[in-house]
Design a protein around this ligand. Structure first.
Ligand code: ADP
Length: 673
């Protein structure tokens, strides 16, 4: 009998470093990054556990291993279901919905295609097994017993994926890889390697192979690697198209549409706002040497949504801060450009992350402030705003159900009359989109909720009528017929296009004793100042036509002011309205207030086309304008104007300034040339 009882040998528990190594291997990161990360783990292992650098290092590896390197959600390929989701959540917007459905249709076609594979291996059994597995997956599989035969096949046929052994006699896998990529850069190449050739496989990856598979081959690994390679190929195809950018005033559904797109494709949804972003590090992270360094917002969101193919909204692209440190266009191009975003470099990660499967969608109010290089990558889809009829429909079908539910009310018991809704739209909101309307409906619902609880009448039916609206929302905020005020001398009604949509602006001109000075106020930009000067020169060169006394200009100063003086304004489209205001003050003839104008004026009195016609017409209609005068060349834009707007407005296209004068100045001066 032994003197000591032999102790049972307990397996040593894994150390923190072992766990870290395992989590690196299990994280699914590409092999070359796995190697780099494992090296980093070894570096950390050598540091004392108490040191700050050790903790920072461990946090870093932990962050890396929790990124969705190869975890993508599976896209839904059901076009009908997608259409139903898009239609049920957003009224109208058919152009944008169709664009999304086209995107899905391409995906569905690609998914239904039979893919061509080429297997190159000098071991018969490997060829046979691979062919068996891949044929069962539905691919068409050709095989080659050596590199030379493979080259022959590559000469005559295009393959989607080539799987090749690395070590072969005469022509090796590296040459097969190079030829395949040379023939068709879209072909994905997967190399098979024995343990001894892992470094060679890594160098093959640097030459453009997609992945490597180590022998002995595992069936599951083969299937997933090939599927992932095909999906990357798809994404590359899709991403060759531009990135969608929804542009339009606030509250027109840009962000919520992104959410519906994500739902319809069964993808995760993430969103960051670029408004006021000042520093490239906010996008791309800080280097780890920084105290408290973090990854940038892009990588943070990718990690949070746990998949590498979410729908990613880059909100308010036009609002990146003017004093952005670094070049915002360059940073964003790296994210949006398919040539660059397969290896997006976040400073914290310090390793490239593949963003090519992400579906980026940008939003902006206007596109003027977006740098040209970036705008080139975007396909801008405009959401101009809604007509009153559309707003009423959206309110009944979407906003009321949403807000009654959000405020704990019974949808069956609370109802709104149509007139009540029109009253809310006309008298409590003045906007192109729906934010204000949604806010007013929410406020009304809260008041009903309070009423019901206060009086213990939760089971009662409530009908909101146009008479009861003021009781809930207080006195009206806006007068619908802004333009019903008196016609005035020197005040012309113009139409402007701002980042909040179309707007009515009253351009004021006044004269006083002086000596031919033109004073311009109201935060006018250079271009607008110049168009005011051009309008003045046009009038001065036509003094005879307008019967203006010779000495008028020598004896007077003229002041033009565009109210809302604190808001910067620019552009050429106020030219016609400025000229009318000037002529009105000089001649003493009043301007018709209900006739709104837009158009650029040349020195010779021709009218040139302008942009934002839909937004401007919507604004005119909202404000109760009756006549809209616009450049004849803009008539082409009228096709996209809803019928109710066209019928509700008298739209007059003009080619010459004389026509505008004839239409707007009372007791007109239409002899002008
Ligand atoms: P934006 O991003 O353009 O500022 P939002 O997406 O925040 O606008 O939209 C504001 C609100 O209006 C949301 O509640 C949205 O669901 C609703 N909305 C906007 N457009 C539509 C539409 N066409 N149909 C239904 N609801 C809409």
């Amino acid at each position: 009998m032994p003197f000591f009882k032999k102790e049972e040998k307990q397996p040593t528990p894994p150390t923190e470093m072992d766990q870290l190594r395992h989590s690196v291997i299990d994280s699914g990161m590409p092999p070359e990054m796995e190697q780099a990360t494992l090296k980093e783990v070894e570096r950390i292992a050598k540091m004392g556990p108490g040191s700050a650098e050790h903790t920072i290092g461990i946090n870093y590896i932990d962050y890396l291993t929790h990124l969705p390197w190869n975890h993508a959600s599976e896209d839904s390929l059901d076009l009908q279901a997608a259409k139903q989701i898009l239609d049920s959540e957003h009224e109208g917007l058919s152009e944008i919905k169709n664009r999304v459905l086209e995107h899905l249709a391409v995906k569905i076609l690609q998914a239904g295609r039979r893919y061509n594979m080429l297997v190159v291996d000098d071991e018969k059994i490997t060829r046979k097994n691979l062919k068996h597995v891949l044929t069962k997956e539905g691919y068409a599989v050709a095989t080659a017993a050596d590199g030379l035969k493979a080259m022959g096949l590559l000469e005559n046929q295009v393959f989607d994926v080539v799987i090749t052994d690395l070590k072969m006699e005469k022509v090796d896998g590296m040459q097969v890889l190079e030829t395949a990529k040379q023939k068709n850069p879209d072909t994905e190449v997967i190399v098979i390697t024995g343990y001894a050739t892992v470094p060679a496989a890594v160098s093959a990856m640097q030459k453009g192979s997609y992945h490597f598979l180590a022998k002995p081959l595992k069936l599951d690994e083969i299937r997933t690697t090939v599927r992932n390679a095909l999906s990357r190929k798809h994404t590359r195809w899709e991403n060759r198209g531009p990135v969608l950018c929804f542009a339009g005033p606030p509250g027109t559904g840009k962000t919520s549409l992104g959410l519906s797109i994500a739902k319809s494709m069964h993808r995760q949804y993430v969103r960051i706002s670029l408004a006021g972003m000042k520093d490239e590090a906010q996008l791309r992270g800080h280097r780890r040497s920084y105290v408290g360094a973090l990854p940038g917002r892009i990588i943070q969101e990718i990690r949070r949504c746990e998949t590498n193919n979410p729908v990613f909204m880059l909100d308010e692209l036009d609002k990146i801060s003017q004093d952005f440190k670094g070049d915002p266009a360059a940073a964003l191009l790296e994210v949006l450009d398919p040539q660059q975003n397969t290896h997006f470099m976040d400073h914290y990660l310090d390793l490239p992350f593949d963003l090519s499967q992400v579906m980026f969608i940008a939003t902006a109010n206007t596109v003027d402030a977006i740098p040209g290089a970036l705008l080139d990558r975007l396909e801008v889809l405009w959401l101009s705003g809604y007509t009153e009829q559309e707003k009423v429909r959206i309110a009944f079908n979407h906003l009321i159900p949403k807000e009654t539910e959000a405020n704990g009310l019974d949808n069956q018991l609370v109802s709104f009359s149509r007139q009540a809704m029109v009253k809310i739209i006309r008298e409590y909101t003045r906007e192109a989109g729906l934010r204000g309307l949604q806010r007013q409906i929410a406020s009304l619902c809260r008041k009903i909720a309070l009423n019901q609880i206060d009086h213990q009448r939760t089971g009662d039916e409530v009908m909101v009528t146009d008479e009861s609206v003021a009781g809930f929302l207080g006195p009206r905020r806006y007068a619908f017929e802004v333009t019903q005020a008196k016609d005035r001398i020197g005040v012309a009604t113009g139409l402007a296009w701002t980042h909040t949509g179309g707007e009515i602006v009253f351009i004021e001109a006044t004269k006083m004793r002086g000596s031919n000075q033109l004073i311009l106020t109201g935060s006018l930009g250079t271009v607008m100042k110049e168009s005011a000067q051009a309008a003045m020169s046009y009038i001065r060169s036509h003094v005879d036509t307008f019967a203006i006394p010779e000495a008028f200009f020598e004896e007077h100063d003229i002041h033009i002011h565009i109210p809302a003086g604190a808001i910067p304004k620019d552009g050429t489209s106020a030219g016609v309205a400025i000229a009318v205001a000037l002529l009105s003050v000089i001649t003493g003839l009043p301007c018709r207030r209900e006739a709104a104008m837009t158009g650029e004026l040349t020195l010779t009195g021709r009218i040139l086309p302008v942009s934002g016609i839909k937004e401007k017409l919507l604004a005119a209609h909202r404000a109760g304008v009756q006549t809209v005068i616009l450049p004849a060349k803009n008539v082409v834009d009228l096709v996209e104007i809803p019928d109710d707007i066209q019928q509700g407005l008298n739209i007059v296209p003009i080619e010459e300034m004389s026509q505008a004068i004839g239409l707007v100045l009372k007791n007109n001066l239409s002899k002008a040339g």
